[in-house]
Write a protein that binds this ligand. Sequence first.
Ligand SMILES: [Cu+2]
Length: 148
Amino acid sequence: MITRFLVVVVLAGSVGGCSPPALARAGDLVVADGYAYQSMGDGASAFLVIRNEGTSDDTLTAAESPAAGLVMPHGTEVAGGAGRMVHLDAIPIPAGGTVAMGSGGLHLMLRELRRPLAVGDSCELRIRFARAGTLRVTVPVVGFSDRP
Ligand SMILES: [Cu+2]
């Protein structure tokens, strides 16, 4: 029951040639955008837009960060009008598709932060994929109102 949490947008080529430069690439996978929110307590959440430019499906299987003791792929389940985070063992990245994480949906949950993440900091993430291997990306830390 993973797929019902996904927001998958299939892009029909690059629109008008104005896509922003990729933050990182591993194999066929491109991180088109990414950020982390400033921390709350010893936790924070991070969001990536991952584009699969290949012709084979891939799967996000794990994540880690030097900034945190634990990084978990999370989805958000809405029940009775309230959102509840659920752990995901895997996030499919379909061939030719884009998975857009976002507040209130898919995210990477950072726990056991080694130091607080403040606005203006950056945060390195290492994302493991079944096919593309490990993708390293550094994302900016933003305030909650900067990227709603
Ligand atoms: Cu979470």
